[in-house]
Write a protein that binds this ligand. Structure first.
Ligand code: UN1
Length: 493
C-alpha cells in the first residue's frame, strides 16, 4: 500500500505529528488506495513561507516561459492520462470514461493556460495630456490558497492552479481528503515539467484544520475554493478579515426543462447523463427535471424504463454506467433526502434505496432515484443533494418553467430542450444561471469558457476561459510622462 507525503518547499515530507489518514476505494472499501499525512496549521505555515519566498523569483519569470512549463505539464498529462484515470476511479468511484474526461479537462486547461502566457493582454489608452503614455498591465498577486473538492479531482485543481501559476502566483494546495492521490500525481507532474521549488506546495488533511488555516493565514493573498455553500460562507467571512481576494464556486440545484415540442429521445439521453452521470455528484448535475404537462407522463415512463437499466458497479469494469457514492456520509445524505421526499408527499417512481447485489456489497452504492409530483416548495426541489436523486416537476407553460427553474437560491447550470427558437432565446435571456444549455444536458462545460454561477452559487468570479485570469492577476495602471515637465491631470487643460 502506497504511503504519500506532503510537498513543501521542494521536499516530500510527512506531517510533523506523524499522524496519517487512509483513503479507501468507495466501490470496494477493503481496498486502501493510500495513506496520507494528516497535517495541521504547522505544515500550512511552512508551505506559505516557502510559497512567499518562491514568489519573489517566480513573479519575474516571463509569462511565456511560465506558459511553456504548463505546455509540458499538458504533455505529461497526455502521457499519464490512463494511469491517472484509473487511480481516480479507485479513489472516488466515477466510471473510467468519466475519469478520462476529468484528466482531459486538465489537459485542455494546461494548453489553454500555456497559450495565455503569450497574451495576458493589457490595454493602452490615450492620455488626456501631451507627451504622456497610459497603459494597464496585469501583475501577479502573491500566494494563492487552493482548496478543492473530490468530484473533479484533477480538472478542478487544474482550473485554479494553472492560471494561478501562469499569472505568476505561487500556490499552497489543499485537496479534498477523499481524493488526495490524484492531487499528489498532479503535483508530481508539475515538478517533472520544471515548476521550481516552493512554487507549488501540497498539504494534505482535513478542511477545518488545513483548509481553514490556509484561508486564515495572513500571508495568503487570495483563496480559490470549490465546495458547498455552507463552507463557502465560512471562508468568505474568515477571508474578509484581511480583505483577501476570494473566488467561490459553490452549490447548485440545476434543472433541465423539457418543452412539449422537444425531441424527447434527445432530452432523455440528456437527463440520464445529467442526473446520473458521476452518480449525480457534480456541481452541474441535473437534480430537477421540469416537464411540460403534455409530455410529462410519456417522458416519465421513458425515463424510468431507462434508469432501471443503468448498471451500477465498480467504475473500472466496462459495463458500469454508474459508480458508487464517494463515501458513507454522502450515501446517508442521499438516503435521508429520499425519506424527506416521501414525507413531503412526492411519489417515488424509481430507486430510493441502497443498492445491493453482486459486486455492490462492499461499496457505497445507491440506486438511481426519481421522484414525481414534486412541487417547488419541497426540500427535495430546493436543497442540493449531490447524489443520484432527481425531482420531477410538472409545468404548463414556458413562463412557468422558467419561474420554477429560477426559484432557487442557486444559479449554476441550466438546460432547456425545445425546437422553438423563440422559446430558446427567451430562456437564454430569462434563466438566472451562469450556464445555460440549449438542447444539451446541464453538464459538459468546456475548459475555455467561463464557468461559475449566480446567486449563492458563487461570489461573482468565473473559472475557466479568459475570465479566470482576471481573478489570478491584479491590474496596475501605468502613466509614463515623457514631456520633461510637471503636467497636472485635471488642472492643465
Ligand atoms: C463540477 O461539477 O464541479 O460541466 C464541475 C461539467 C464538468 C465540470 C463540472 N465539465 O459537468
Amino acid at each position: 500500500m502506497k504511503k504519500y507525503q506532503n510537498y513543501i518547499n521542494g521536499k516530500w515530507v510527512d506531517a510533523k505529528s506523524g499522524k496519517t489518514f487512509e483513503n479507501r476505494n468507495p466501490a470496494n472499501w477493503d481496498e486502501v488506495v493510500g495513506i496520507f499525512p494528516k497535517s495541521s496549521k504547522e505544515e500550512v505555515d511552512e508551505a506559505v513561507k516557502a510559497a512567499r519566498t518562491a514568489f519573489e523569483k517566480w513573479r519575474l519569470v516571463p509569462a511565456p516561459k511560465r506558459g511553456d512549463i504548463l505546455k509540458t505539464v499538458g504533455d505529461i498529462m497526455v502521457r499519464r492520462k490512463e494511469e491517472v484515470a484509473m487511480l481516480m476511479t479507485r479513489e472516488m468511484g466515477k466510471v473510467l470514461m468519466e475519469t478520462r474526461g476529468d484528466v482531459q479537462e486538465g489537459i485542455d486547461t494546461a494548453y489553454y493556460a500555456a497559450s495565455e502566457g503569450r497574451r495576458l493582454f493589457g490595454h493602452t489608452v490615450p492620455s488626456e495630456l501631451s507627451n504622456k503614455f497610459n497603459m494597464s498591465i496585469r501583475v501577479p498577486i502573491g500566494v494563492a490558497g487552493i482548496v478543492t473538492p473530490w468530484n473533479f479531482p484533477m480538472a478542478i485543481p487544474t482550473w485554479k492552479i494553472f492560471p494561478a501559476l501562469l499569472c505568476g502566483n505561487t500556490v499552497v494546495f489543499k485537496p479534498a481528503s477523499d481524493t488526495p492521490a490524484t492531487a499528489t500525481v498532479l503535483v508530481e507532474i508539475l515538478l517533472e515539467a520544471g515548476v521550481p521549488e516552493g512554487v507549488v506546495n501540497i498539504v494534505h488533511g482535513g478542511g477545518s484544520e488545513v483548509g481553514m488555516a490556509i484561508v486564515d493565514h495572513p500571508d495568503v493573498d487570495l483563496v480559490s475554493f470549490t465546495g458547498s455553500t455552507a463552507v463557502g460562507k465560512k471562508i468568505s467571512e474568515l477571508a474578509s478579515k484581511n480583505l483577501k481576494r476570494v473566488s467561490l464556486e459553490l452549490g447548485g440545484k440545476n434543472a433541465q426543462i423539457v418543452m412539449d415540442d422537444a425531441d424527447l429521445n434527445l432530452a432523455l439521453e440528456g437527463v440520464l447523463w445529467g442526473a446520473f452521470g458521476t452518480t449525480g455528484q457534480r456541481c452541474t448535475a441535473t437534480s430537477r427535471l421540469i416537464l411540460h404537462e403534455k409530455i410529462h407522463d410519456q417522458f416519465v415512463s421513458m425515463l424510468v424504463e431507462r434508469t432501471k437499466k443503468l448498471r451500477l458497479g465498480d467504475g473500472l469494469l466496462p459495463p458500469t454506467d454508474v459508480g458508487p457514492c464517494v463515501n458513507e456520509g454522502q450515501r446517508n445524505t442521499d438516503h435521508s433526502y429520499v425519506e424527506i421526499g416521501l414525507k413531503e408527499g412526492a411519489k417515488l417512481v424509481c430507486g430510493g434505496n441502497i443498492a445491493t447485489g453482486a459486486g455492490l456489497d462492499k461499496g457505497w452504492f445507491y440506486q438511481p432515484t426519481i421522484f414525481t409530483g414534486v412541487t417547488p416548495n419541497m426540500r427535495i426541489a430546493k436543497e442540493e443533494i449531490f447524489g443520484p436523486v432527481l425531482s420531477v416537476i410538472k409545468i404548463k407553460s414556458l413562463d412557468e418553467a422558467i419561474n420554477v427553474l429560477n426559484d432557487t437560491i442557486y444559479g449554476l447550470s441550466s438546460s432547456i430542450y425545445t425546437k422553438n427558437i423563440n422559446d430558446a432565446f427567451r430562456a437564454i435571456r430569462d434563466i438566472k444561471a451562469g450556464i445555460t444549455y440549449i438542447n444539451g444536458p446541464t453538464i459538459g462545460a468546456e475548459a475555455h469558457m467561463p464557468f461559475g454561477g449566480v446567486k449563492q452559487t458563487g461570489n461573482g468570479h468565473r473559472e475557466g476561459g479568459w475570465t479566470v485570469f482576471e481573478f489570478f492577476s491584479e491590474w496596475k495602471a501605468v502613466y509614463v510622462d515623457y514631456s520633461g515637465k510637471l503636467q497636472k491631470a485635471q488642472i492643465d487643460t
